[in-house]
Ligand binder design. Structure first.
Ligand SMILES: [Zn+2]
Length: 163
């Protein structure tokens, strides 16, 4: 039996604003600013969604979940992630693993990474060890270093399976 594997890449960035909750990887992180967007603006989960879209040939997050639609206002991006995984599964793809890098100057994210892995893997119905997350700063460079925004990159590997 030939096992088909497909890889996808995703990138996202959002501006930081005061009076917004900071939600990263599905976790509510205490901070004096949060990411601005139509949904909860979870930049890490949005990058994961786009990497799944790429690997499963599903278009992109903007075509699957058009911004400005009332049903997506302030929605938890984890729900959008679950929907994306269901669409991939309908095409016969299971998630082999996901690897994410979050780029943020502050706050320190390492204490929150285990909980992010747990919540993302739950949303995808996979194990936490199939979701790896790193956090990095840009050493003060660019819009991320000036704390004007955050960004994330994701790579997803999908495996064709028979259901
Ligand atoms: Zn986004």
């Amino acid at each position: 039996m030939q096992e088909e594997m497909r890889v996808g890449i995703g990138y996202d960035s959002h501006p930081l604003a005061s009076e917004r909750k900071l939600i990263l990887g599905g976790v509510d992180i205490p901070y004096n600013m949060g990411l601005l967007g139509w949904s909860d603006a979870d930049v890490a989960v949005h990058a994961i969604i786009d990497s799944l879209c790429g690997a499963a040939d599903l278009g992109d997050i903007g075509t699957l979940f058009p911004p400005e639609k009332p049903e997506y206002e302030n929605i938890s991006s984890l729900l959008l992630l679950t929907k994306t995984a269901e669409l991939a599964r309908a095409k016969g793809f299971a998630v082999a693993n996901i690897d994410v890098t979050i780029m943020a100057q502050a706050p320190k994210l390492s204490p929150f990474i285990p909980e992010m892995r747990k919540r993302i893997s739950q949303a995808l119905s996979i194990e936490p060890n199939q979701v790896t997350i790193k956090a990095t700063t840009t050493n003060g460079l660019g819009f991320i270093g000036r704390e004007e925004g955050m960004a994330a990159q994701s790579v997803a590997l999908l495996q064709k399976v028979e259901y």
